[in-house]
Structures are given as structure tokens and as C-alpha cells.
Design a protein around this ligand. Structure first.
Ligand SMILES: O=C(O)C1=C[C@@H](OP(=O)(O)O)[C@@H](O)[C@H](O)C1
Ligand SMILES: C=C(OP(=O)(O)O)C(=O)O
Length: 426
């Protein structure tokens, strides 16, 4: 079913509690399933991707109970997981598919993983290559490049590995496999990526060494069940930040948003563009939850590239939209990873914002946007990508004419009720 949004110059005012962080919610289920005992989670994201992770671990025999955004995981530990008799369905979730590979590689059983049509196109060799160096037995289409993937669990050896792509999913899959491997795994990360796995390893009692872009983890460590408090997702907050910035007379408070510095590229970028952003940290360590206050601002263009990219990779569709309202030329480069997300986000963002009248051009590794440009109503496609769906909904706030979104349901992958929450601020 399509959704048509029509607004006339709205101002956004009020407070939003954005849903739990998707990356941390996935990891809480995974770590709680590996650890022996009862893990409790609060603030869990009830988005489709994280529900896929729960369903996969239930198929391994882990008891997982949901009560609103609270989750209880009762596990006998990884050694008690059972061989799944069904395919593990990872839905639309790259994080579930890739991190679970690292966990399944070191079990004593066989398993098969598959997801939706988008997952079937996403590259898996980046995970399988290092896992094979550890001794993993994983097969898939095109020598393991694509799902469905069959994993025959086996004994693993530690590796010393330099990440060829700046990817937290690759790093995390290796770290999860390293827990079961013989020896000490060393990962070198040329560009820092989100470090939720490292933080959670320590939180569940593992000892991990981190220095100058190198991570060391000794195999054979047992995790202890823990309590995880999931902060709001800054990648979801980004759409509310963008909405407040580009509408006139807005002031929006976003409560308890995770501001781990490996994720706050969006704040750095909008501040560089002249945004009025207040950041009030609740905690100064770990995932660093903070309250944010965003006010409408007049924006100027900026350049985005290099080590900033992994710190805002999922926010680029929103940043492109915001840049259409900024004075001057915004250049986004070094973001070729966008081509292998839920869809080719460079092609999709450029095609969809162009329909609305934006001055935006695709480059091989990013895009160039000239602004400010008034946007007009259009029929927008999501390509089944939640971030494209939210970009279209935020664009509708300032469009001259109705915006129709072809598949609004895909937004529930990361932000169920996004449109309702945004409308509640008007
Ligand atoms: O580790 C994670 O939770 C994620 C890492 C990023 O992917 P890559 O590791 O492919 O960059 C990000 O785009 C994804 O939404 C979540
Ligand atoms: C790329 C994303 O997620 P995943 O890789 O888990 O599908 C995303 O949420 O934007």
C-alpha cells in the first residue's frame, strides 16, 4: 500500500524518544545467546531487522522473551545451541546475516542462512574470506559471495587480519568467531568503524585489548550474562534532526540518543553546515547517551569524505536531502559502500531527489548537491530500503505538493511508526 503525505510549511515542536539502536539491539541478542545465564535488555528496537535476529536465535534453541521493549534471553550458552532444522531467515538484515556467520562458523553443527531479495544481492565474501582463513567451512552462491549460505561448524584458528573494507560488520563477524578460535586474533582497522561489539564484549566480561586501530581478542573466553540498556539510535534520530533543520520555526528534543563517537558523524556534519544543535550527555563513557535539541537553521554546504564516512554511512540519504536546502555545493565522496547497502543508495538517492527537483549528481563514490533548491511533490520509490522511505517522508515536509511513497512498510526495518512520530511534532 502506498502512503501520500501532504504538508503546508509545518513547524515541528516537541520531544521524541527515538527507538533503540539497531546495531546494539542485534548485538544484545547475540551476546545474550552466547553467554550462559539470563541476559536482560531494555530499550530494545522492535524493528523488523532485530526481530529477524531473535527468530534466528530461537531456531538455535535459545529462549527469548519479549515484553514491550524489554527482552529476556535465557541461554545455556553457545555450547547448548541446537542444530537448526529450518533455514535461518535473516530477512532484510545485513547485520544479522554477517555477524551470525561469525558465530555459526565455530559451532559443532550445520546451518543454512538466507534472507530477502536485497540480502541475496549483498556481498558476503568480505566476511567469508577472513572466516575461511580461520578454518571456517562456508558455502554459498558464487563461491560464497551470495546467500543462501551453508555453514558446517568446525574448529577455528585465530588470525592476524587487516580489514580491506571499513566495515563494522566484517570486524564484528571476525571478533565473534575469534571467541571460539584457538589463539589470539588480531584485527587491524585502518579506519575506525562503530565499536559496539568491542564495548559489548567487555560488558559481557571478555578481556579485549585495543590500541591504535588494533584489536586483540584471545579465544576460549566465556561470556557472562549481563543487563544491556540500549540507547536511542542516532541513525534514526538523524531523520528527526534533518526534519527539524529544514522546516521553519522548529525545535525538537530527542531524548537518550546514543552518541558513541564512532556514530556521531551526522552531528559533526550538520554543525559544520551551521546547524543549531544542543548536546547534553547523560553518560560520558560506553555508548554515551545524550539528549539532543535541534532548531531550524539556515545551512551552508560542506564536504564529506575520508574517515568521516563510516561514522555516518547510514545517514547519507538524509544528509543528501538536507544538502538540497543548504547554500552552495555539497560534495560527498569515499562512500562507494553505499552501492552495496539495502539498495544502491547512490543511484536511488539521486534518482528520487531528482524527481523532486533537486540539483544532485551521482559520482562513482558519492554525490554532488547544489542548493538551496525548492522541492516539489513526486511519486517516490523506496526500493524496499527503509532509509529511502524515511528520506522521502522528511522531504515531504518541505515539498510543494503531495509526496507518495510506494512502500512505506519497509520503514519498520529500523523505525516502526516513523511517520506517526514525525506527525506528532506538528
Ligand atoms: O555493524 C553494524 O551494526 C552496522 C554496520 C554498518 O555496515 P558495514 O559494516 O557494512 O559498514 C552499517 O551500515 C549497518 O547499518 C550496521
Ligand atoms: C545498512 C543497514 O543495515 P544492514 O546492513 O544491517 O542491513 C542500514 O540499516 O542502513
Amino acid at each position: 500500500m502506498t502512503l501520500t503525505l501532504t504538508y503546508s510549511n509545518p513547524s515541528l515542536k516537541g520531544t521524541i524518544q527515538v527507538p533503540g539502536d539497531k546495531s546494539i539491539s542485534h548485538r544484545a541478542i547475540m551476546f545474550g545467546s552466547v553467554a550462559k545465564g539470563t541476559t536482560t535488555v531494555e530499550g530494545f528496537l522492535l524493528g523488523d531487522d532485530c526481530l529477524s535476529t531473535i527468530s534466528c536465535f530461537r531456531k538455535l534453541g535459545v529462549e527469548i522473551n519479549l515484553d514491550g521493549d524489554k527482552v529476556t534471553i535465557v541461554s545455556g550458552g553457545e555450547a547448548q545451541w541446537q542444530e537448526p532444522s529450518e533455514v535461518l531467515d535473516t530477512g532484510n538484515s545485513g547485520t544479522t546475516t554477517r555477524l551470525m556467520l561469525g558465530l555459526l562458523a565455530g559451532t559443532g553443527f550445520h546451518s543454512v542462512m538466507a534472507g530477502d531479495a536485497s540480502i541475496a544481492k549483498r556481498p558476503m565474501k568480505r566476511i567469508i574470506n577472513p572466516l575461511r582463513l580461520m578454518g571456517a567451512d562456508i558455502r554459498g552462491r558464487q563461491d560464497g559471495q551470495f546467500t543462501p549460505l551453508a555453514v558446517q561448524g568446525t574448529r577455528l584458528q585465530a588470525i592476524d587480519y587487516t580489514l580491506p573494507v571499513a566495515s563494522a560488520q566484517v570486524k564484528s563477524a571476525i571478533l565473534l568467531a575469534a571467541l571460539k578460535a584457538e589463539g589470539t586474533t588480531v584485527i587491524k582497522e585502518p579506519v575506525p568503524t562503530r565499536d559496539h561489539t568491542e564495548i559489548m564484549l567487555e560488558h559481557f566480561g571478555a578481556s579485549i585489548k585495543r590500541h591504535d586501530g588494533t584489536i586483540e581478542l584471545q579465544g576460549g573466553q566465556q561470556l557472562a550474562a549481563a543487563h544491556v540498556s540500549v540507547p536511542g539510535d542516532i541513525s534514526s534520530a538523524a531523520f528527526m534532526i534533518g526534519a527539524a533543520l529544514i522546516t521553519k520555526g522548529s525545535e525538537v528534543k530527542l531524548a537518550n540518543v546514543g552518541c558513541n563517537p564512532t556514530r556521531t558523524g551526522i552531528l559533526d556534519v550538520v554543525k559544520a553546515m551551521g546547524a543549531d544543535v544542543g548536546i547534553d550527555l547523560r553518560e560520558e563513557t560506553g555508548e554515551m547517551p545524550a539528549d539532543l535539541v535541534i532548531r531550524s537553521s539556515s545551512l551552508t554546504a560542506t564536504e564529506i569524505g575520508g574517515s568521516l564516512i563510516p561514522r555516518l554511512i547510514d545517514e547519507i540519504p538524509l544528509i543528501a536531502l538536507v544538502a538540497t536546502q543548504a547554500k552552495g555545493q555539497t560534495v560527498i565522496k569515499d562512500a562507494e559502500e553505499l552501492r552495496v547497502k539495502e539498495t544502491d543508495r547512490i543511484a536511488a538517492v539521486v534518482a528520487e531527489l531528482s524527481k523532486m527537483g533537486a540539483d544532485i549528481t551521482a559520482t562513482e563514490d558519492g554525490m554532488i548537491i547544489n542548493g538551496p533548491t525548492p522541492l516539489r511533490g513526486a511519486d517516490m520509490m523506496t526500493y524496499g530500503d527503509h532509509r529511502l522511505g524515511m528520506m522521502a517522508a522528511v522531504a515531504a515536509l518541505i515539498a510543494d505538493g503531495p509526496v507518495t511513497i510506494d512502500d512505506p512498510d519497509c520503514i519498520s526495518v529500523s523505525f516502526p511508526n516513523f511517520v506517526e512520530e514525525m506527525n506528532s511534532l506538528i
